[in-house]
Design a protein around this ligand. Structure first.
Ligand code: 5AD
Ligand code: SF4
Length: 435
């Protein structure tokens, strides 16, 4: 076994990639790779990539170009591409960028140690299978150093929805849920290592189907784990918001009052073109039921503007939906045609129109986010502290509604949960004082 080799991992894209990078680092740690913070001096550079929009994929090739100099200085340097660009482009990556030694898709990380042996022997290694075995079960047990207070835990992967714009069903494959007992075991291990908050991850997390367990049942079981204080989950699809999950938002004390529920558009015509299988009305009624269960819940969402066929009236319908729902937080994107998806064949909205719509939509979302933050001033919130702030003696944590809150508290430790009064609202955070 090679010892003390240096591994640099750069992660792009979603939270699931962050989780996967941690697990890859652990898998390679068992083969003698130690993670470092910079690419210079590394023996192995691994890019964990995102393919969701064109810009995300193009970034990978320009990043690889930047490693030419490092490779010239250290010809033994190995370079790997993991994640969804690896899945989507496969061998093409090695053709476009011959420096790349290894290409591994998101479902075969457990084969990395074997693949690294091949690479260390001077061969190229490529694996973009969708094997039947559970990749997480083949990864080594998580080592036991202490962890930051908030952790991700993947419970479900893949998507069967096939929204017309989206690559996820192709890059991550069909929906697969991990068995509940393995998730609970991993959760208990995380808590033993200092974790106070677990964020359950899945591309369609509320479609979780662990034998006869629903996501709500999994959340209730986690609610009984001593030492775990907070539970979150992301990302959900409106059509999988089951009654038991809505009820859990009102009844389960560790489940946080925050829900990321993307709608993408407020126009039924566009929703149909997107193959979303729900209407704007359906979404709005759903939000009403969720708010009836948990009145203070903060709703977050995703929007796409400039989807093929979107006309002014459709865009206005999206603006109306946003006004009706009132979002505390949101992500919005200009439509990006992804090769192989049905919408990529359709005629586009011009870039000028899409840019103008995006600006207008983001201005409205920002206004709503600010107003909600300002309404928090004067209120008391519970903050889970995570790390030091920019100023001396300052700590930053998250409120139950996922607002970043910074507080002066020289004695505060990461992992503390304290009552805080909000005293001001800034662009993307709140300021508070300990009570
Ligand atoms: N173009 C623009 N945005 C997209 N998203 C997914 N695919 C595309 C695309 N082709 C957005 C959706 C999704 C989020 C993760 O990314 O809003 O919810
Ligand atoms: Fe993509 Fe739609 Fe599946 Fe979400 S639900 S991952 S947007 S196909």
């Amino acid at each position: 076994m090679s010892n003390n080799k240096k591994l640099y991992i750069k992660t792009y894209g979603c939270q699931m990639n962050v989780y996967d990078s941690e697990r890859m680092a652990e898998a390679l740690g068992a083969s003698g790779y130690e993670q470092v913070e910079a690419p210079e001096g590394a023996d192995m550079i691994l890019l964990n990539t995102c393919h969701i929009r064109e810009k995300a994929a193009e970034k990978i090739y320009s990043e690889l170009g930047r490693y030419k100099g490092i490779k010239a200085e250290n010809p033994d340097l190995k370079i790997g591409v993991a994640g969804c660009v690896a899945q989507a482009e496969g061998e093409e990556i090695m053709r476009r960028q011959p420096m790349v030694d290894l290409v591994v898709g998101p479902q075969t990380y457990h084969r990395l140690p074997e693949m690294m042996k091949q690479v260390e022997a001077g061969e190229k290694a490529l694996d973009t299978d969708f094997p039947l075995e559970d990749k997480f079960e083949h990864l080594p047990e998580r080592p036991l150093p202490r962890r930051a207070p908030s952790a991700f835990l993947t419970v479900q992967e893949g998507c069967d929805k096939f929204c017309a714009f989206c690559v996820v069903p192709y890059t991550r494959g069909a929906e697969v849920s991990r068995p509940p007992e393995r998730i609970l075991r991993e959760a208990r291990e995380l808590v033993e290592r200092g974790v106070k908050e677990i964020n359950l991850l899945g591309q369609n997390v509320n479609a979780y189907n662990g034998g006869d367990w629903t996501l709500a049942q999994l959340i209730w079981a986690l609610n009984d784990v001593d030492g775990l204080e907070r539970i979150r989950f992301t990302t959900s699809h409106p059509n999988d918001m089951s009654d038991d999950l809505i009820a859990a938002h009102g009844e389960c004390e560790k489940l946080m009052p925050y829900l990321h529920l993307p709608v993408q558009s407020g126009s039924d015509k566009v929703l149909k073109g997107m193959n979303r299988q729900h209407t704007a009305e359906h979404y709005i009624r759903l939000i009403e039921r969720i708010r009836a269960a948990r009145p203070d819940i903060l709703i977050s969402g995703d929007f796409i503007v400039g989807f093929p066929g979107e006309e002014d009236a459709d865009f206005e319908a999206t603006m109306d939906l946003i006004r009706e729902v009132n979002y505390g937080q949101a992500y919005s994107f200009k439509y990006s045609a992804r090769p192989g998806t049905p919408a990529a064949e359709r005629s586009f909205v011009s870039a000028e129109v899409a840019n103008a719509r995006l600006q207008q939509l983001q201005a409205l979302l920002t206004k709503q986010q600010r107003a909600l933050q300002e309404a928090m001033v004067g209120q008391e919130v519970d903050v889970l502290f995570e790390k030091k702030g920019r100023l001396a003696g300052q700590m930053i944590g998250k409120s139950q509604h996922l607002h970043a809150v910074h507080v002066a508290g020289p004695d505060l430790q990461a992992g503390d949960i304290r009552r805080v009064r909000v005293i001001n609202s800034e662009t993307n955070s709140l300021g508070g004082e300990l009570l």
